[in-house]
Design a protein around this ligand. Structure first.
Ligand SMILES: NC(=O)C1=CN([C@@H]2O[C@H](COP(=O)(O)OP(=O)(O)OC[C@H]3O[C@@H](n4cnc5c(N)ncnc54)[C@H](O)[C@@H]3O)[C@@H](O)[C@H]2O)[C@@H](O)CC1
Ligand SMILES: Nc1ncnc2c1ncn2[C@@H]1O[C@H](COP(=O)(O)OP(=O)(O)O)[C@@H](O)[C@H]1O
Ligand SMILES: [Mg+2]
Length: 284
């Protein structure tokens, strides 16, 4: 079923507080990729989250914390390379308790140890999870486990990541985006956000094709911003499909407002954070 109406924002009760607007845990980052998780965290804060916790390798916690004082940072054991160590897993499972949503993947990097973390959390966490970037790359190595999850899952691949997940070529995906996306979501019982111009959001039954966004957004870090937005919306109790749909709309709208002011070539990912408030103003 194609859904074409303009997506709606989450409710924001007057009596709400930081404990009710969602505890969001985002896990990722590595030495050299502290920006991705910092962008995701700031986007979650600018999308209404009550509390944003960033689980990052200990070696980058200072850099990430300095990006935005409103984060709660969770330093985790890392490998010598500055990539999360598998010994972080018990700690992560403890931190996941009591969170309303968990996002996993921006800047995580690919290693056998992060694969273990991703697959274990994907399979066992009962909370909704948003999986992006290297979280997707880890899942792509164990495609037979994609349906083995214990809670709602939103996957946000760009066509390159979706090619790894499905084993198909980027061209064959791009030629048949809507059908491939819908079949994948249905088969694995999850919400899929297939990014790019005219991002597709589907839960296997409903399909939404996004109308906002522009090629100025083809710049590193804009997808990390989307991860933060969608996570914050799920934390505010939106069902996964509605959160993903409204999130991609809002993200593209922030991109359009930014490009209008700054031009498409000059747009960078952190501009989306600055234009999110103006995008919110248009939808609430
Ligand atoms: N500041 C930072 O710390 C940043 C870190 N990043 C991290 O860098 C890691 C690698 O992610 P990347 O996405 O760069 O690398 P990938 O190798 O996953 O993806 C890049 C490739 O995917 C394909 N692709 C992407 N979008 C496409 C589209 N719309 N149409 C057709 N093909 C498309 C292209 O072949 C492209 O070269 C991730 O952990 C990510 O989170 C990036 O998010 C960029 C910013
Ligand atoms: N030409 C375009 N038109 C509209 N949106 C785009 C375009 N190019 C990229 N985007 C959007 O920018 C984001 C890029 O995400 P991603 O590739 O994961 O970036 P990164 O990993 O660098 O953060 C996606 O939301 C995608 O839909
Ligand atoms: Mg990305």
């Amino acid at each position: 079923m194609n859904v074409s109406s303009r997506p709606s924002p989450p409710e924001r009760p007057e009596s709400g507080h930081k404990g009710t607007f969602g505890r969001v845990l985002i896990i990722g980052g590595s030495l050299g990729m502290s920006g991705s998780i910092s962008l995701a965290g700031a986007a979650a804060l600018r999308s209404g989250a009550g509390l944003v916790y960033l689980g990052v390798p200990r070696s980058i916690v200072g850099i990430v914390a300095a990006f935005e004082p409103s984060y709660i940072t969770v330093p985790l054991p890392d490998q010598e390379s500055g990539v999360l160590s598998k010994s972080a897993l018990p700690n992560l499972m403890d931190h996941a308790e009591g969170k309303d949503v968990i996002a996993l993947g921006p800047g995580l990097t690919q290693s056998s140890e992060t694969d273990e973390i991703v697959t274990a959390m994907y399979q066992s966490c009962s909370q909704p999870m948003v999986i992006d970037a290297d979280g997707l790359n880890a899942l792509a190595r164990f495609p037979e486990q994609l349906s083995e999850h214990n809670g709602p899952r939103v996957l946000t691949p760009h066509p390159g990541e979706f090619a790894r997940l499905t084993g198909q070529s980027i061209d064959s995906i791009q030629n048949d985006r809507q059908d491939v996306a819908t079949r994948f979501a249905k088969e694995h019982d999850l919400t899929l956000v297939l990014k790019g111009p005219a991002t597709i959001v589907t839960d296997g039954d409903q399909v939404y094709v996004n109308s906002t966004g522009n090629s100025g957004m083809g710049t590193g870090g804009t997808g990390d911003v989307l991860t933060g937005i969608v996570s914050a919306l799920i934390g505010q109790k939106m069902p996964p499909f509605s959160a993903a749909r409204f999130g991609v709309y809002l993200h593209g709208l922030a991109g359009d407002l930014a490009a209008n002011e700054l031009t498409e070539p000059a747009l960078i990912a952190s501009d989306l954070l600055r234009f999110l408030p103006a995008a919110w103003k248009q939808v609430i």
